[in-house]
Write a protein that binds this ligand. Sequence first.
Ligand code: C2E
Ligand code: MG
Ligand code: MG
Ligand code: MG
Length: 288
Amino acid sequence: RAKREHRGGSYLFDLQLTQMAQKRLDLEGDLRRGLQQHQFQVYYQPIVDIRTGQIVGVEALTYWHHPQRGLVGPGEFIACAEDTGVIIPLGLQTLECACLQMQEWPSDWWLSVNLSPRQFAYPFLGRDIDLILQRTGFPAQRLHLELTEGALGENVPVVADTLRQLRGRQICLCVDDFGTGYSCLRYLQEFPIHNIKIDRSFVASIAEAGSGGEIAKIIAHLGYSLNLTVTAEGIETAYQQEFLRQLGCPYGQGFYFARPQPPSGIDRLVHAGGCLPTKPGHSAATWP
Ligand code: C2E
Ligand code: MG
Ligand code: MG
Ligand code: MG
């Protein structure tokens, strides 16, 4: 009897697995079709000088206009695109599109583009980036590539070599979601990293009541000591902005300043002077 129950359980389990696998296959097919049919659009989120709200750059984020599901954010498909390898052509398309788009915006802005571990391990990455920079005329010095700790952890000599190649092109290298992965301290010393982005979970813990923000504080100081530029992600309140500004964190990004948006939204910000509303004068007297 026990055996039969076990069989029943494993049958249900198999069924669930089959359904999950089917969903995955459907998503993969949709992704490939979406790529052919140009259903992806690059959105841009401003990155600002945290003291003034002046835009200094934008981060490119890939969104999907799915024919049935409507607008789908990257959180719902990037993982599948990575697993299936679709991220290679998709990521190149995003990079090229964003480099072209930057021609429309101030020439002192930088462009941040996310690079998945899969793209990072792709042997023709350097060649493909060169081609895109050539075709679009976008200067490598204004390109920032955001890597997660997942891409940096694995094979140190190979990673170091790839990073040196990118650095050799004058590209700026950033660690995204800093503090959420492993081995984050050693590679800051060994690899040519320029910028760390404080993960938004650490910014979210900066709340008006009570403490919080301890890890953000440590990361900001670490960046300062190691001569790395620091960008805080996920700033949603004036209090968080002011807290981070007082820590000396130079750059910020978050819904408080602006959401990710299609190019037309960024055009409007450019016409309005490229400065996002901040609320100066927020009381600093109560800081811990
Ligand atoms: P990320 O690179 O860490 O991007 C920041 C994420 O935080 C974005 O989520 C952005 O919308 C969100 N965000 C920004 N400010 C705030 C805020 O104030 N509050 C909150 N709650 N969230 C905020 P999104 O657009 O859903 O993208 C998720 C992730 O997908 C990105 O995280 C990035 O890792 C990945 N991704 C997006 N586009 C691409 C791409 O073209 N290539 C690759 N490889 N990955 C991408
Ligand atoms: Mg990013
Ligand atoms: Mg991030
Ligand atoms: Mg993230």
